[in-house]
Design a protein around this ligand. Structure first.
Ligand code: FES
Ligand SMILES: [Fe+2]
Length: 431
């Protein structure tokens, strides 16, 4: 039975403007409700078109904790299918990805095609005469749609159109894609995976957290960069940075570094490969002002974007957050390559990815250590009930996105995330 505290009427009392109750992180019942009310109610990112370019290409992933196969069928259409055999539920596909026309169940041999249709049942004469294979195709997501190569799916038949859901976030996804002179990034170069003992919302919040960077990543911003380029970059992530914390609406949010003049700080000459790349961007985009805006995004580090609930675009990276249990989270980080640029541009992007996000890097391990310590503190301390989200509440402004703050260390983005959390968790009808 659901704890009455988590009913739609009672739940908002646990999320105040400036604080959130710790049980929303640690209670397994809340996690189960999130899987139903967030991950099965809204759009969830499932993959990028460049991962499944050809008919028969597929990858396995999850929507919340539900395993799915994202496939491109022989006609080129996209499908998101539950990865469980319609006979008796055996996991159909154990592979991370590949290309095949059929998925064959290892238990009794039922065969499904790349569109999810049941196309062969061994010894079918044993089924009753009224058995109709057409009724036993794989269970499919109600909606699948893509925006600029980013594929989203929803189990909710009544979910609003994807572009409405993306809202203000769409512009930033487009800018991320338009960094590539082809207008589309390439996500085929592999993935860095990590797991931590802790809740999925820790990584979501951390991805939008401008407050921690100068502290948690002190060794990178102060020392590594000092040794490499002769300057500390701590000013990017301090309270005096020209960056902003922005709630875009629908839980989507942004750390906006676009006003940070990286070249003025670094004094970097622009290599020819970069000049060629930027000219390629200009040639691809008819709107010249927009082209210059895209170029100003500085190769991808102009903003950190959260597309709620599970996708983050950050620097060169596409980060996917996969909840496993209330105390277990998996994160997949894909370096996004650019198309139609000199190889050295992409080599530099992969090196930068390894540098901060790789398993032996200067960035991600620090965050993962904080997730672990945060979980230890949160999960063992029921006497410490409230977590604070009050930074910058007094100077939050309206006008850019839903709300914004011109201090990157403010928690404006986090408050927007929690407003959406309440909206989805308490919706009477599906939204
Ligand atoms: S469970 Fe798949 S064929 Fe029986
Ligand atoms: Fe971090």
């Amino acid at each position: 039975m659901i704890n009455e505290r988590y009913s739609p009427a009672a739940l908002p009392a646990l999320v105040k403007d400036d604080r959130v109750h710790r049980d929303l992180f640690v209670d397994p019942q809340v996690f189960d409700l999130e899987m139903a009310n967030i991950y099965h109610r809204t759009w969830v990112y499932v993959g990028h078109e460049s991962e499944i370019r050809n008919p028969g290409d597929f990858k396995t992933t999850t929507i919340g904790t539900e395993p799915v196969i994202l496939s491109r069928d022989t006609d080129g259409d996209l499908h998101v299918m539950v990865n469980a055999c319609r006979h008796r539920g055996v996991t159909l596909c154990e592979e991370a990805g590949g290309n095949q026309k059929f998925f064959v169940c290892a238990y009794h041999g039922w065969v499904f095609d790349s569109a999810g249709s049941l196309v062969n049942v061994p010894e079918v004469e044993g089924q009753p005469p009224e058995f109709s294979p057409a009724e036993f195709g794989l269970t499919q997501a109600a909606k699948v749609d893509s925006f600029r190569g980013f594929i989203f799916a929803s189990f909710n038949e009544d979910v609003p159109p994807l572009v409405d859901h993306l809202g203000e976030a769409a512009k930033f996804i487009a800018m991320f894609a338009d960094l590539s002179p082809s207008g589309s990034v390439d996500v085929s170069s592999g993935v860095t995976r990590y797991q931590y003992e802790g809740n999925w919302k820790q990584q979501v919040e951390n991805s939008m957290d401008g407050y921690h960077a100068a502290i948690t990543h002190h060794s990178f911003f102060d020392e590594v960069l000092q040794a490499r380029i002769g300057r500390s970059m701590a000013s990017i992530v301090s309270g005096s940075s020209p960056a902003k914390s922005v709630a875009l609406g629908n839980g989507h949010s942004l750390i906006d570094f676009r006003d940070f003049d990286r070249k003025a700080i670094l004094g970097a000459d622009q290599p020819k490969s970069e000049v060629d790349w930027h000219n390629g961007v200009r040639a691809n985009l008819e709107d010249h002002d927009y082209a210059e805006e895209v170029i100003r995004v500085n190769g991808g580090d102009g903003f950190n974007l959260l597309v709620y609930p599970n996708l983050v675009l950050i620097n060169n990276q596409i980060r996917v957050i996969q909840p496993v249990a209330n105390n277990h989270t998996e994160v997949l980080a894909y370096p996004a390559l650019l198309e139609q640029v000199d190889e050295e541009i992409n080599v530099a992007r992969v090196r930068a990815h390894e540098d901060f996000y790789g398993p032996a890097s200067f960035g991600a391990p620090d965050d993962i250590e904080m997730f672990k310590r945060q979980w230890q503190g949160l999960s063992r301390s029921p006497s410490m009930q409230w977590l604070l989200y009050n930074r910058g509440l007094h100077r939050e402004e309206r006008g850019e996105g839903e709300r914004y703050s011109s201090q990157v260390t403010d928690e404006t983005a986090h408050r927007g995330i929690w407003r959406r959390w309440v909206e989805l968790m308490t919706a009477e009808v599906q939204t």
